[in-house]
Design a binder for this molecule. Structure first.
Ligand SMILES: [Zn+2]
Ligand SMILES: [Zn+2]
Length: 84
């Protein structure tokens, strides 16, 4: 199984294409943009795990191993009481 490259940030829904340099993930592949990861202090709000930079899959591999199509959003706000 290849890493699941999710297409968006779970917090702010920003697009995170496979080549997005700022995408961050936890060990469960919860996916966040750099701005949200920074605000989260690089701790996943879903599982409490570490958020690390998502490696960029080589473009030549994307046809056989395409990114995930399903957008995932958290049902709870990531930053309670705070503006995005
Ligand atoms: Zn975000
Ligand atoms: Zn997580």
């Amino acid at each position: 199984m290849a890493l699941e490259l999710r297409p968006n940030c779970e917090c702010c829904d920003q697009d995170l294409p496979p080549a997005a340099p700022g995408a961050h993930i936890c060990s469960f592949e919860c996916t966040f943009c750099l701005a949200c990861s920074t605000r989260l202090a690089f701790v996943c709000p879903n599982c409490g795990g570490e958020l690390v930079r998502r490696p960029i899959r080589p473009a030549a591999k994307l046809s056989r191993h395409p990114p995930a199509a399903v957008r995932v959003r958290r049902d709870q706000p990531c930053f309670p009481g705070g503006a995005p």
